[in-house]
Write a protein that binds this ligand. Structure first.
Ligand code: C2E
Ligand code: CA
Ligand code: CA
Length: 730
C-alpha cells in the first residue's frame, strides 16, 4: 500500500491501491498545489496584519510610556465606583506609594480635600456620578507639604455590552503655569522693588473701602508720604543705593503700620497708606509721628550711614472727601503743607490748604521772575573776631521782597527754590554777587556764602567758584563757603573730590549749623574745614542756670581748636551770651548783638569808619518756657539719636524710636537739659526698648506714670564717651 500525504489537503489521505487510483491521483496533484499556495498567502496576510496590529499597539504603548516618563502627563482609570484601577507610576511616586497601595482607593483621594477645593471637588463628583466626560478640570493635588496643581480630563468607558465600567483619563501638571499666572498677577498688583502693594492695588483697596455696602465701613484715612532728601541720596550714591534705601524704608513703614492698614508704594519715593476704619485724629497723628520718627532713624546703605526724613499728608473720609480722587488730592495738599512747614512733619488736610498750595505755586513762579528781573538781593551780616572785636568778614544772606507779600524768609524761599530746581542758578548768582561786592571792601574782610547741598553735588560748582573769583579779582582765601552737614549723607568719592577741588582753588570752607543734624564727629577730622559754625540753638538758653548747652559749646570749641579750626557762635543776641561764648572759647561771633544782615551800601558806609564794632543789646536772655519732657536725645559711641520716653520709673524707662538695639548697649540719655543718665538696654522689640538706669533716679523725678522693672543686672559700664549729646533740629 502506498500512502501519500498531500499538503494543503488537510485531513485527506489517499490510499492508493490500484493503478486507476494512481491515474486519479496524477490528475489531482496540480489542483492541490494551487490550493496550497492560496492558503499560504492568506496565512501570510493574516500574520502581517497581526504583526502590524501588534506593532501599532507597541508603538502606542511606547508613546504613552514616553508621555508618562517624560512627565508630560499621566493616566488614570477607575472602576464603575470611581475606585482606581490604574495610575501612572509617576503619580504613584509623588505619593511615595507603589500602585498596589493606591489601587482600589477612590480617585478623590488623589486631590486636596481642603476647604478651598470644595467647588472643584464638587464638579469632579458631578461628572463621576453623571457619567459625563470632563476636560481640563483644574484640581489641587493632595500631596502633603507641596502645592501642586493638575489639570485632569476623563470620559466614561462602556463595555461592549453597553454596561458602564468606569472612567479613564489623563492629567498633566499645571503648577508652573499657575505660578507664572500668579506671578503675573502679583506683578500687576505689587511693586517689584519693595513687594508693597502698587499704585493700582492701592487705588483698588481705597475704592473698595469707599464703596462698602455698609456706610460705617466706608470710614478711612489716607496717608501720603514723601521722603525728604531721598533724591539727594539717589543722585549722589547711585540708584542701587536708592533702591536699597527704599527697601529698608518699606520694611520700617510696614512694621509701624502693622495690621492697621495697607502700605503701598506709588513710585519713586512716594508711599501711601490706606487705613480702613481709622478716623480718630489723635490716633492718626500718633501713627504719623511714629512713622516719621522711624523713617528718620539712620540707615546703613552699602556700609554708609544715611539719614533721610519723611513728611506725611493725611486726609480722612468722609470729612475730607468721599471719593478716592478727593481724598488723594486732599492728602496731597496736606503733604505739600507738611513739607512747606519744614519737612519731617505731618499735616492733616484743611480746606484752606487749597489756597496755600495756590500761593506756593504763585511763589515759585514769582521766584523765577525775581531771578530773571534781578529782584533778589544779598544782605551782609558781620562776623566778629572776639580777640580783637573787629569785623573779620560777613555772611551773605539772600533777601527777596515779594511785590505783593513783602519780605520773604530765605529759609522758606530757598526751600521752594530747591524743590523747583532753581537753587543752582540762585546760588551761582549769590557767589558772583558776593565776590563782586567783596572786591570793593578792605582786603582783610572775607565773605561767607551759603551753598545748598543740591548745589554742592553739582559738578559745576568748582568751575563756578573759580569763575566768580576770576571775574571779581578777589583772592580765593577771602571767600568762605558755608556747607551744612547734610552733604555728608555719604562720605563718598564724589564729596571728597568736590572738597579737594574747592581746597585746590584755595577758598575757605565752613561747616554750617553744626549740631543740628545727626552730627558725626568723624567727618570733622576728614573734611578740610576752616571753621565750625555752632548753631544758634546751642547759644539760646546757654546762659540759663543748669543748661547743658554751655558744656556742648565748650566741647565743640575745644575739639575745633585741636583740629586747627575756628568757631563762630551763631545767633548771639545779648551781652551775657556774648560773654559766655567768649569764655567758652569761641573765636568768632555772629548775631544781633553786633548787627543783623544789612544791605551792601550800608555795610560799605560802615566799613569806611573802620573795622571795629561794638556790641549792643539787652543784657540778659529770657527763655520762653519749653517742654521737651518726653522727647530725649540718646548718645552712644559718639552718635546722637532722638527718641521718645513712653514710660519711666526710678529704675528704668521704656524708650521708643530706635530700632533693634542689642541688649547691653549703654546710652547716655539726656532726660532734660540738666539731667543726663547712663542707661543699659535690657530688652528690645522693634523700635521699643527697655533700659535700666545705672543709678536709680529718685522717685518723683518726673511726672510720667508707671515704672519699668529693671531687675536684670546692669552690664558693666564703659567709660562715658567724651562726646556730649547734641540736639537735632526739631
Ligand atoms: P543760616 O545760614 O544759618 O543763616 C543764619 C540765619 O540766622 C540768618 O537767617 C540770620 O539772619 C539769622 N540770624 C543771625 N543772627 C541772629 C540772631 O542773633 N538771632 C536770630 N534769631 N537770628 C539770627 P536768614 O537770613 O533768615 O536765613 C535763614 C537761612 O536761609 C540761612 O540760615 C540759610 O540756611 C538760608 N539762606 C540764606 N541765604 C542763603 C543763600 O544765599 N543760599 C542758600 N543756599 N541758603 C541761604
Ligand atoms: Ca549760613
Ligand atoms: Ca547757620
Amino acid at each position: 500500500m502506498l500512502l501519500i500525504h498531500l499538503p494543503g489537503w488537510a485531513g485527506l489521505e489517499v490510499y492508493v491501491h490500484s493503478l486507476a487510483g494512481l491515474v486519479m491521483l496524477a490528475a489531482l496533484v496540480p489542483i492541490s498545489i494551487f490550493a496550497d499556495r492560496i492558503q499560504i498567502r492568506h496565512q501570510r496576510l493574516r500574520f502581517r496584519a497581526k504583526e502590524a496590529r501588534y506593532r501599532a499597539q507597541r508603538f502606542a504603548e511606547q508613546i504613552l510610556r514616553d508621555f508618562e516618563d517624560t512627565g508630560q502627563g499621566w493616566f488614570w482609570e477607575t472602576d464603575a465606583r470611581g475606585n482606581l484601577t490604574y495610575l501612572s507610576p509617576a503619580i504613584c511616586e509623588m505619593f511615595f506609594k507603589p500602585f498596589s497601595e493606591i489601587a482600589g482607593k477612590h480617585i478623590n483621594t488623589l486631590f486636596d480635600q481642603g476647604a478651598n477645593s470644595r467647588d472643584r471637588e464638587r464638579s469632579l463628583a458631578f461628572h463621576l456620578t453623571s457619567k459625563s466626560a470632563f476636560k481640563e478640570l483644574g484640581v489641587r493635588a493632595g500631596i502633603m507639604g507641596e502645592v501642586r496643581w493638575w489639570s485632569i480630563s476623563g470620559r466614561p468607558v462602556y463595555a461592549s455590552t453597553g454596561e458602564f465600567v468606569g472612567f479613564r483619563g489623563s492629567g498633566h501638571d499645571l503648577t508652573e503655569k499657575r505660578r507664572s499666572q500668579e506671578e503675573a498677577s502679583r506683578l500687576a498688583h505689587y511693586d517689584s522693588l519693595t513687594d508693597l502693594a502698587n499704585r493700582f492695588q492701592m487705588a483698588k483697596t481705597l475704592e473698595d473701602v469707599l464703596n462698602a455696602s455698609n456706610e460705617a465701613e466706608r470710614d478711612c484715612a489716607v496717608f501720603l508720604l514723601d521722603l525728604d532728601r531721598f533724591k539727594q541720596v539717589n543722585d549722589t550714591m547711585g540708584h542701587p543705593a536708592g533702591d536699597a534705601l527704599l527697601q529698608q524704608v518699606s520694611k520700617r513703614l510696614t512694621r509701624v503700620v502693622g495690621d492697621e492698614g495697607l502700605v503701598g508704594r506709588l513710585g519713586g519715593d512716594e508711599f501711601k497708606v490706606v487705613l480702613p476704619g481709622v478716623t480718630d485724629r489723635d490716633h492718626l497723628a500718633n501713627l504719623a509721628h511714629r512713622i516719621i520718627e522711624s523713617l528718620s532713624q539712620p540707615y546703613s546703605i552699602e556700609g554708609d550711614r544715611v539719614v533721610i526724613g519723611a513728611s506725611v499728608g493725611i486726609s480722612v473720609a468722609p470729612d475730607d472727601g468721599t471719593t478716592s480722587e478727593a481724598l488723594i488730592r486732599n492728602a496731597d495738599l496736606a503733604l505739600y503743607a507738611a513739607k512747606d512747614g519744614g519737612r519731617g512733619r505731618f499735616h492733616f488736610y484743611a480746606s484752606d490748604l487749597h489756597q496755600v498750595a495756590e500761593e506756593r505755586r504763585e511763589m515759585e513762579q514769582d521766584l523765577r521772575d525775581a531771578i530773571q528781573t534781578g529782584a533778589l538781593e544779598l544782605h551782609y551780616q558781620p562776623v566778629v573776631a572776639l580777640d580783637t572785636q573787629t569785623i573779620s568778614g560777613f555772611e551773605a544772606l539772600m533777601r527777596w521782597e515779594h511785590p505783593k507779600y513783602g519780605m520773604q524768609s530765605p529759609a522758606r524761599f530757598v526751600e521752594i527754590a530747591e524743590d523747583a530746581g532753581l537753587i543752582t542758578p540762585m546760588g551761582e548768582w549769590a557767589l558772583r554777587t558776593a565776590c563782586a561786592q567783596l572786591a570793593k571792601w578792605p582786603e582783610s574782610v572775607r565773605v561767607a556764602v551759603n551753598v545748598s547741598p543740591l548745589q554742592f553735588s553739582h559738578a559745576q560748582l568748582p568751575a563756578i567758584v573759580t569763575s566768580a573769583l576770576a571775574q571779581s579779582g578777589v583772592a580765593p582765601h577771602r571767600l568762605e563757603l558755608e556747607i551744612t552737614e547734610s552733604v555728608f549723607l555719604r562720605d563718598d568719592f564724589n564729596t571728597d573730590a568736590v572738597f579737594a577741588a574747592l581746597k585746590a582753588i584755595g577758598v575757605r570752607l565752613a561747616l554750617d549749623d553744626f549740631g543740628t543734624g545727626y552730627s558725626s564727629l568723624g567727618y570733622l577730622k576728614k573734611a578740610p574745614f576752616d571753621k565750625i559754625k555752632i548753631d544758634q540753638s546751642f547759644v539760646r538758653g546757654a546762659t540759663q542756670a543748669g543748661s547743658r548747652n554751655g558744656a556742648i559749646i565748650a566741647s565743640i570749641t575745644s575739639l575745633a581748636k585741636s583740629l586747627g579750626m575756628e568757631t563762630t557762635a551763631e545767633g548771639v543776641e545779648t551781652l551775657d551770651e556774648l560773654e559766655l561764648v567768649r569764655s567758652l572759647g569761641c573765636s568768632h561771633v555772629q548775631g544781633y548783638v553786633f548787627n543783623q544782615a544789612l544791605p551792601a551800601a550800608t555795610v560799605s558806609e560802615q566799613l569806611s569808619h573802620g573795622l571795629t564794632i561794638e556790641a549792643k543789646g539787652f543784657h540778659k536772655w529770657r527763655p520762653e518756657r519749653q517742654s521737651m519732657l518726653r522727647k530725649v536725645a540718646l548718645e552712644h559711641a559718639g552718635e546722637i539719636y532722638m527718641a521718645t520716653i513712653r514710660n519711666m520709673g526710678p529704675g528704668g524707662a521704656l524708650v521708643e524710636g530706635l530700632w533693634n538695639v542689642p541688649p547691653g548697649t549703654i546710652f547716655n540719655i539726656a532726660l532734660s537739659e540738666t539731667e543726663i543718665v547712663k542707661a543699659t538696654t535690657i530688652w528690645h522689640c522693634d523700635n521699643r526698648m527697655g533700659v535700666a538706669f545705672a543709678e536709680g533716679r529718685a522717685e518723683g523725678d518726673d511726672d510720667l506714670p508707671g515704672s519699668i522693672n529693671a531687675d536684670r543686672p546692669v552690664a558693666e559700664e564703659r567709660e562715658a564717651s567724651s562726646v556730649e549729646p547734641v540736639r537735632k533740629a526739631g
